[in-house]
Design a protein around this ligand. Structure first.
Ligand code: ATP
Length: 199
């Protein structure tokens, strides 16, 4: 999977619709302080389902909606759409390009789409869980996080590497299987009790 484009409208400082395209190779975004460079990575985290306003440098989620400037009115909604190249079929979808869209309205209504289908956040999480990508997969390293990696304790550092390597999905599945095993063991106990009573 590689990120082909980001479209944003009404997200943070992007009052005008922006369409950022990434070609193969390395893309550098340059601009003065406060011009909105970090807002681009915030947009990526957000569309992938970020639920914590603080992680994208806000206080409440509505803070992602363009709030107006001296000469522009605030907007009513924020919109971000990612276009991902899926020719390698890393995402479990039979499509060469996968679009992920998130919209948020000031009244708190929120919508996600996978391609043109209205989706739930859970479906977006599942799509990325299988790919080793996603908002928690540590593909976005922001300012300060480099220090964090260098200063982390060995077990924390191991956690970061595991996240990046996509080990997370196996850990989650193991947990889920353990839970089912426990449930089954509980049911077996109950069956044994009943048999015992009948004997
Ligand atoms: P730096 O180099 O300092 O990190 P940057 O280029 O990464 O700067 P950002 O932090 O991405 O800049 O952008 C911050 C800008 O976005 C600020 O000018 C801020 O006013 C603006 N901004 C953030 N949220 C909103 C919003 N909801 N409405 C309008 N503008 C916003």
């Amino acid at each position: 999977v590689y990120l082909k484009a980001i479209e944003a409208h009404g997200f943070k400082s992007f009052a005008d619709k922006v369409d950022i395209r990434f070609d193969a190779g390395v893309t550098a975004v340059v601009g003065p302080n406060g011009s909105g460079k970090s807002n681009i990575t915030d947009a990526i985290r957000w569309v992938l389902g970020e639920q914590s306003a603080r992680s994208i440098r806000g206080v409440k989620m509505e803070d992602v909606i363009f709030n107006g400037t001296t000469d522009r009115k605030p907007m009513n909604h924020a919109y971000v759409r990612l276009s991902l190249d899926n020719t390698a079929r890393t995402l479990q979808m039979d499509a060469d390009v996968v679009h992920i869209t998130r919209k948020l309205y000031r009244n708190g209504d929120s919508e996600y789409f996978i391609n043109n289908d209205r989706s739930r956040l859970k479906e977006i999480n599942e799509l990325f869980l299988d790919s080793g990508l996603g908002r928690n997969a540590f593909n976005i390293i922001s300012q300060g996080e480099v220090d964090e990696v260098l200063n982390a304790k060995p077990d924390q550092r191991r956690g970061l590497i595991e996240e990046a390597a996509g080990v997370m999905k196996y850990k989650l599945r193991k947990k889920e299987s353990e839970r089912r095993l426990e449930d089954t063991a509980g049911n077996l106990d109950r069956v044994h009790d009943i048999i015992h009573e009948l004997e």
